[in-house]
Design a binder for this molecule. Structure first.
Ligand SMILES: Cc1cc2nc3c(=O)[nH]c(=O)nc-3n(C[C@H](O)[C@H](O)[C@H](O)COP(=O)(O)O)c2cc1C
Length: 207
């Protein structure tokens, strides 16, 4: 080996990235009332396969698009759909989830939930968790292209980005509403990959 390289490698102060094994992390997976809600089933499955505890929290509208039973089975945990599901212990379940989350991922995220988060509303467990958690938040929007491009939505997105909320997508393509454009949910595999990155980001130490 080149002597200079060897000297640098053996130097005690040499900086290197030490990766601490990610281990089991808690992901709160928020699902909202978009036609893309069925894709959250695959996402829940992928996150479980990635070795994480997945807690699904659905809006009431989301339950019109996919059954809580499907997501409960795939996530292997109870699904929260209402504040009044929370009867297990003295501590409100949404606060418990907010505290235990290592990541809050909302996929798909409707225009409505994006607006609620931007305005700090807390009318249902998912919005309340977004306010109460200090975990990173990743939103994967899905909606009609005109809804996405509307100033109101874009202002809400900018507001959230300024607070550190991350976005993945939407992508361009054929939309369920019959239009073609920007508004499709990003590929589920890529969302899971991005989630993994955010989960492991805090585990990296520069030694
Ligand atoms: C068939 C159908 C598909 C919908 N798809 C979307 C969508 O992809 N994105 C969106 O923002 N809203 C969509 N909506 C409207 C939302 O369901 C509606 O704004 C709802 O209030 C969202 O509530 P939530 O954000 O609390 O889940 C759709 C509505 C219907 C009936």
């Amino acid at each position: 080996m080149d002597r200079e390289l060897k000297r640098r490698r053996d130097k005690p102060s040499a900086r290197k990235v030490v990766r601490i094994p990610a281990g089991k992390k808690s992901v709160v997976l928020g699902v909202t009332g978009s036609i893309a809600a069925y894709k959250s089933a695959e996402l829940a499955s992928l996150l479980v396969k990635q070795g994480h505890e997945v807690f699904v929290v659905m809006t009431q509208d989301a339950t019109e698009f996919i059954s809580p039973l499907t997501l409960q089975t795939l996530s292997k945990n109870p699904v929260t759909t209402s504040f009044y599901d929370e009867k297990e212990n003295w501590r409100p379940g949404h606060i418990d989830l907010a505290d235990r989350a290592n990541l809050l991922l909302i996929a798909p995220a409707t225009a409505h939930v994006i607006a609620e988060l931007a305005h700090g509303l807390a009318g249902h467990p998912l919005a309340a968790i977004a306010l109460a958690t200090r975990a990173p938040i990743l939103l994967a929007p899905a909606m009609n292209g005109k809804m996405w491009q509307h100033h109101a939505t874009q202002e809400n997105v900018e507001k959230l980005k300024a607070r550190g909320v991350e976005f993945i997508g939407p992508e361009e393509g054929m939309l369920a509403c019959g239009y073609e454009g920007l508004g499709r949910l990003w590929k589920v595999n890529d969302i899971a990959f991005r989630a993994e990155f955010l989960l492991s980001r805090h585990d990296k130490l520069i030694a």
